[in-house]
Design a protein around this ligand. Structure first.
Ligand code: 16G
Length: 238
């Protein structure tokens, strides 16, 4: 029991030391001290050092680069939960948004999508499956559904690079919405697309966005939780 406690304390010491180092002397891209150096410094096993590093990798403070070592990760993106588009959010923080379209087409609305979009089951809906990048780094995998009847010719020129810009040109940019956020694990495909390991934590965000009283988008996305902190302004209930 005592030795378990000692191991836990040591692990916390290594973790806190690395966390402090990443926030002071070292900056993004700098290598952290080697496992051996850390073992010697704290008098701990490699397993304890790995455990401490693992925790900081999950928190997005360090990153492992295959074959090269462990480095201080780039700062996380603080995503304010509000009705902005991916492109707007990234541009606002000086990053370049880009997109890889994984699939796009018109499909028949399944019951849950029909309900979310306030259309009849079987109505045409536009389905987009997109991988979103910030400065060429994969950040999120998104599925979006939009009511095709309200968006004639939406896919005619290919998938617009920004859906909300396209909606804006039609006077249909959403003006309110509701998001839900759940903790989740990346499935096999998401892990591959996001270049994280399978089972790694992701933030699952679903969105229903409305223009006036009509639903214009239902979306379901997996965001890398090692690269995102969700930021929610809070106020006292009235
Ligand atoms: C955001 C939205 C997504 C929307 C996209 C439009 C969340 C969780 N998701 O990523 O629903 O489709 O913005 O971005 O906020 P775009 O205009 O760059 O295509």
């Amino acid at each position: 029991m005592l030795s378990l406690r000692r191991t836990t304390l040591k692990y916390l010491q290594v973790r806190d030391y690395l966390r402090a180092l990443a926030g002071s002397e070292l900056t993004a891209g700098d290598p952290v001290p080697s496992e051996r150096a850390l073992c010697e410094r704290f008098g701990v096993s490699r397993m304890t050092v790995r455990q401490a590093v693992d925790a900081l990798v999950v928190d997005g403070i360090l990153e492992r680069v295959q074959g090269r070592g462990t480095f201080v990760a780039p700062p996380k993106v603080d995503l304010q939960v509000r009705l902005a588009s991916f492109t707007e959010e990234m541009t606002r923080r000086g990053m370049t948004a880009s997109v890889k379209v994984l699939g796009a087409g018109i499909v028949e609305a399944e019951p849950d999508i029909a309900e979310a979009l306030q259309v009849a089951v079987g109505d045409d809906v536009i389905h987009l499956h997109r991988l979103r990048f910030a400065d060429d780094e994969p950040m999120a995998v998104e599925h979006s559904w939009l009511p095709a009847l309200r968006l004639p010719g939406f896919l005619d020129g290919g998938v617009p690079s920004s859906v909300y810009v396209d909606l804006g040109t039609r006077g249909l940019v959403p003006d309110w919405g509701e998001d839900t956020i759940d903790a989740g694990e990346a499935d096999h495909d998401e892990a591959e697309l996001l270049t994280i390991g399978p089972g790694k934590p992701v933030l699952r965000i679903t969105r229903r966005a409305f223009t006036g009283d009509q639903a214009i988008e239902y979306a379901s996305a997996a965001y890398r939780s090692d690269r995102y902190t969700l930021w929610v302004p809070v106020s006292r209930p009235n």
